[in-house]
Design a binder for this molecule. Structure first.
Ligand SMILES: [Zn+2]
Length: 89
């Protein structure tokens, strides 16, 4: 499964931000104003990743093996690749 990188795009006049699975060689326009959206950030985790959860404290757990933070929707640790125990076990 090919997953695109999520970017934060901002509308220059309203300052509104949206998350878009964007390709950087394309131009994205604000639906209301028609302005070109500015790329303001790239969301971690960086693509490609099997996780769709944003890298935020409430979405993270600590690997049983290497004690590194990993997203809760993953079964295998992205750092040491070992299988983590079920959540709540
Ligand atoms: Zn680990």
């Amino acid at each position: 499964m090919a997953l695109g990188q999520l970017y934060r795009l901002r509308s220059p006049s309203s300052g509104e931000e949206t998350l878009v699975e964007a390709q950087l060689d394309r131009i994205y326009l604000d639906e209301q104003s028609g302005e070109r959206l500015e790329v303001v950030g790239k969301l971690i985790p960086l693509a490609p990743t099997p996780s769709r959860l944003p890298w935020a404290v409430e979405n993270l757990r600590f690997c049983d093996w290497c004690d590194q933070p990993a997203q809760k929707d993953l079964n295998d640790c992205p750092w040491c690749a070992r299988r983590m125990s079920p959540i709540g076990a």
